[in-house]
Each structure stands twice: as structure tokens, then as C-alpha cells.
Write a protein that binds this ligand. Sequence first.
Ligand code: F6P
Length: 376
Amino acid sequence: GKCIGVLTAGGDSPGLNAAIRAIGKSALNAYNMQVIGFRDGFRGLMENRTVHLEGEILSGILTLGGTILGTSRDKPHKMPVGSKVQDMTEVMIDNYHRHNLEALICIGGGGTQKNAYRLAQAGVNVITLPKTIDNDVAMTDITFGFDTALSIATDAIDRLHSTAHSHHRIIVVEIMGHNTGWLGLGAGLASGADVILIPEIPYDVTQVAEAIRRRRHRGKNFSIVAVSEGALALEDAKELARLQDKKQAALKDDKKQKKAAAALAAFQANHATNTLRLSAQLEALTGLESRVTILGHLQRGGTPTAADRILATRLGSACVAAVNERQFGCMVAVKGESTELVDLAQVVGKRKTVPLDHPWIRAALETDACLGNRVG
Ligand code: F6P
């Protein structure tokens, strides 16, 4: 029979194994196709490290977190070799043909969609699935992994609530989400956080302190501040815009571009420092004691929720159906109750941020959450 390849790339995400299982089972059961997995994302495709996905290997993995295939954040067109970089596209294409593959399924977030698109442009029959806890992939309503991370973050904030309450403290809890606020806003809303700070709304720390002081006047001596890792104070948002402009302006100068990109990356990697600073500022401005909790990779670990298992299974089987119909160069996206195929060109290079008129924003505001600044 025919054979399909599959790989998981980028940060791991609950539901990956459910997707791998669905691909393996649907391929075999519905179309009599074989599936091989490449290990550790695109690296396994470069190094031709594979595993046959059949029988026992697919059994018992639906409920497991992580990915049985392993993953990596490698950029295959820019693999470091000594102090230089090498484009591994041709090597990957050779390995793809070595296995006589019908198609390659790439499961991942924004970065993976980009890498997959490059392979599609180089002639490989590529199809992708959207996975990330950040929910920031363009052109799909939702990504798998998000619901699980949302539940974990919500549960964590619930637990922080009782300790903040008992000690009359502020607890600043940092939530993942890269440069978008889906996870922070969702978890903040679900757990009734008093302050919710997201990257889409640069915050004014004096407004945050004011909201906490107002609560105090109402007899509430504690506050939960849910802050997305990508959230920025107004002055930092300005600095970020300046660094982005600088990178854009250096587009034609390779050396300058590299320097500007590094400065930007360093600035964005500073989230833990920002969160600690926010906590210290709030202590100083409110007179309340404050503690910081960084949820970190807890949010990506462990068993997926029922919703993520169902979503990943649906997407996995829809993907194999698309391969069977020879639909390539696209991503299987979620649109309402169904799935649809979206051209990869429409997905890459975009990031789905939280629109300011999103119902979650309104719901947060109308239930007394402080979003750190005026909205709109
Ligand atoms: O994209 C998923 C994510 O967990 C982001 O929320 C976070 O910014 C990033 O990955 C962390 O990356 P790493 O696992 O490489 O530290």
C-alpha cells in the first residue's frame, strides 16, 4: 500500500499523541495506507530516523501527554554547522523520496507551518495540523493543546486564590501564550482573576495598582494578577515597537538585521524579569505583599482534556482523508463544527492575536476584571 510520513515539531502540546494515533489508525483502517513517523521534528527527516506507526505503538497513547515521536524547534533551512548555517531542504527531500512517501504530515504551530510551507514550495506533498497551547495559529478557530493548557492554568489560579486570600496578598501569576493573550485571558476569565494583562493591551502599572487599591477599599485585601508572558507595560511596548522598526529598517543589511533580531529576541525573552518587576511595583504602589508564580511548562505537560483528545482525533482523521484526495500544500483548519483546508500561504507569517472586540474581553471587563488599560 501507499505510505505517509508524519512528524511533530515545535513545542510539545497535549493531544499530539491523540493526533498521531488517529493518523495511524485512519490511514490503515480507512485507506489501507502505512504511516511512518520521523523522530524529533524536522531533525528526524534530515537524519532519516524513523519508526513504523502500527499496532502496539499506537495503542494506549490517546491519553498520554507529549509526543511519542519527540519534537524539536529546529529550522531546517538554517541548521547550524560550526559558525555557519546550512539549508537542509535537499537532504529532507531525498529522505522523503527514500521512503517513497505519498505525503508528509507536519503537526505544529506557527514555526512548523513555515517550515512545512518551504517544503511544499520545494515540491513535497505537505499537509499540516495546527497544534499549540498558545492558540495563535492563523486561519483556524482553535488549535489542539489550548484547552488542556487552559484547564491547567485555571486550576493553578484557583489554588493560588485560596492562599492569596488567606495571606491578604497579591499573587502575580505568569501564564504562557508566547506573544498572544489567549491563554492568559481565558485562564484569567475562568478563574475570576482580578487583573488580567495580555500582550494585546499594553498596561499602565498605576491603573493596575489603582484597581487593587479599589478592591482594598471594598474590604478585599488580596488580588490575583494573571499576566501573560508576552504582556508589556506601556513603556516596554514602545521599546518593543522601536526594536521591531529597527529590524524592519535593517532588512537589506544582513549584519545589522542579525543584530536587530538578536536585540528583539533578548527583549522578548525577558518575560520573567518583567513579571518580577511588576510584582515589586505593585507592592510599592499598594502596600500589599506580593508573590510571583510562573506556571511555565506545567501548562504543556500531562494528559489532554477530552476536548483536546476529540479535536486532535478529528483533525488527524480529516488529514488522512485529505491526503487520500491528494490535497496538499494546506493546513487542516477548524471552522465552527467542521474542518476545512486552508492554503499554507494564507497561514504562514501571521499570528492570531486576541481582537480587542473579542467577547472574552468584554466579559472580563463587565465582570470587574482590570485589563491594565483602556480598551480600544
Ligand atoms: O509555543 C508554546 C510555548 O509554550 C509558548 O507559550 C512559550 O512562549 C514557549 O513555547 C516556550 O518555549 P520553550 O518550551 O522552548 O521554552
